[in-house]
Design a protein around this ligand. Structure first.
Ligand code: ADP
Length: 259
């Protein structure tokens, strides 16, 4: 029969086991998203992305900038598998998106939350119903949906507006609703494609603050934007595309190159 350890041996045992699981050099964060030699040519012959390499570690906040036509939307379409790379690999959490089986696509897509410049809300559904609908279509049990929706509405600060229709909301509140809807799946990667394009500067800052909070909750954020003021002020990582190529990848960068 094994006798229990004497009480006075417990502290040293727990310290020892802690030391075993807490290395002095923490492992680097895993790469949530990687593009390896990605080229995307449309049937028209336009090469929208050319030999793009990009690695985004989990927890990063990345601005994607570049002039119109540079390839930003194409890159985002590859991430949500609206398009497939012509050459190279797009890896989300280690999975090559081009090699997914059809039935695996919805599950992988749910690792990504996405919002756009236009909020794409359902006009005849309330804020709560818009967010809940995103879960209903995935077959989530009804009893889980209410609490999940309430939680994300609190995160985006819309608990009081839950029963209003989109037309009764300001632009900023509509974008918050879209953010709540994207967040309700607990995504690992949050993509914001020009999220402040339709909003005035003050409201834009509120939306950016919200994205920063989502990032602090541990979600990786990739934001495509033309908002030079925001990019330059925040000193986050900046990936600049031009003519389908990454021309700059800078930690703590500005919107424009600063030589
Ligand atoms: P951005 O989002 O930076 O404005 P896009 O990814 O939309 O850039 O476009 C990159 C290039 O690919 C442009 O030359 C654009 O005209 C072209 N392009 C985008 N979508 C398509 C498409 N569906 N068919 C053909 N060409 C396209």
């Amino acid at each position: 029969m094994v006798s229990p350890a004497p009480p006075d041996s417990k502290p040293s045992q727990s310290r020892a086991s802690q030391a075993a699981v807490t290395p002095t050099d923490p492992a680097p964060p895993r790469t949530i998203l990687a593009l390896e030699g990605v080229t995307k040519s449309y049937p028209s012959g336009t090469a929208a992305l050319r030999d793009v390499d990009l690695a985004i570690p989990e927890g990063d906040f990345v601005f994607l900038v570049g002039p119109s036509g540079a390839g930003k939307s194409t890159l985002i379409k590859l991430l949500i598998r609206d398009e497939v790379a012509t050459k190279g690999a797009v890896l989300l959490d280690g999975r090559d998106l081009a090699r997914l089986r059809r039935r695996e696509v919805p599950g992988i897509r749910r690792k990504i939350g996405i919002v756009f410049q236009d909020f794409k809300l359902l006009p005849h559904k309330s804020v709560r119903e818009n967010v809940a609908f995103a879960l209903e279509v995935t077959g989530r049990p009804r009893r889980d949906i209410g609490p999940a929706v309430d939680r994300v509405l609190r995160v985006v600060g819309l608990a009081a507006q839950a029963d209003q229709l989109p037309a009764q909301l300001s632009g900023g509140e509509q974008q918050r609703t879209a953010i709540a809807r994207a967040l309700v799946h607990d995504p690992r990667l949050f993509i914001a494609d020009e999220p402040t394009g339709n909003l005035d500067p003050l409201i834009s800052w509120e939306i950016i603050q919200l994205l920063l909070r989502i990032n602090e909750m541990g979600v990786t954020v990739l934001m495509a934007t033309h908002n030079a003021e925001v990019v330059t002020a925040l000193r986050k990582r900046v990936v600049a595309l031009e003519d389908g190529r990454v021309v700059r990848d800078q930690t703590a960068g500005a919107y424009h190159r600063e030589d």
